[in-house]
Design a protein around this ligand. Structure first.
Ligand code: ADP
Ligand code: MG
Length: 153
């Protein structure tokens, strides 16, 4: 499988990387965002949404589990499953329907709902490195490969 890596020296680099990545996206993608608390997952998501043309505030969905966004071209659901612990809630909240051909799903802490989530097209790993962050994007499906081939960091 293919992957892309980059060193992000500061917060604005993470924002810029997310923003660049946005132009490679297409509806239907499932993207896992992995890394410790404070690694920069939400910052990357913020840049990505900015790249999709979303002008408003991007909050961390830590308490709401998911924040929906509508841009001119697609729906994006930003999940943060850090606090997720009730599989019944998955059904009740209708989360399964969020994963469809018209939407992009960006999921922080996917391991908290393993078994419920669809397999990802792309997995993004953020790690602390010196004073910045290291990012790696892995393509795991054909659709993911196509996306990554359009991405120039
Ligand atoms: P997470 O969602 O992974 O818990 P956040 O996106 O909330 O992490 O970011 C945590 C902190 O890391 C923020 O204060 C942000 O400014 C900082 N940060 C993001 N990217 C970088 C970077 N490349 N270098 C240094 N600090 C960064
Ligand atoms: Mg976060």
């Amino acid at each position: 499988h293919s992957s892309s890596t980059c060193y992000l020296a500061d917060e604005s680099s993470t924002l810029r990387c997310g923003q660049q990545f946005a132009s490679a996206l297409q509806p239907g993608l499932v993207i896992y965002l992995q890394g410790d608390l404070g690694a920069g997952k939400t910052t990357f998501s913020r840049g990505l949404l900015r790249g999709l043309g979303f002008q408003g505030k991007v909050k961390s969905p830590t308490y709401t589990l998911v924040e929906p966004y509508v841009t001119s071209s697609l729906y994006l659901y930003h999940f943060d499953l850090y606090r997720f612990n009730d599989p019944l809630e998955w059904e009740d909240a209708g989360f399964r329907e969020y994963f469809n051909a018209e939407s992009i799903c960006l999921v922080e802490w996917p391991d908290k709902a393993s078994g419920l989530l669809p397999t990802p097209d792309l997995a993004i790993y953020l790690d602390l490195a010196d004073t910045g962050r290291h990012i790696r994007i892995d393509a795991l499906t054909e659709r993911g490969h196509q996306c990554l081939s359009r991405f120039t960091p």
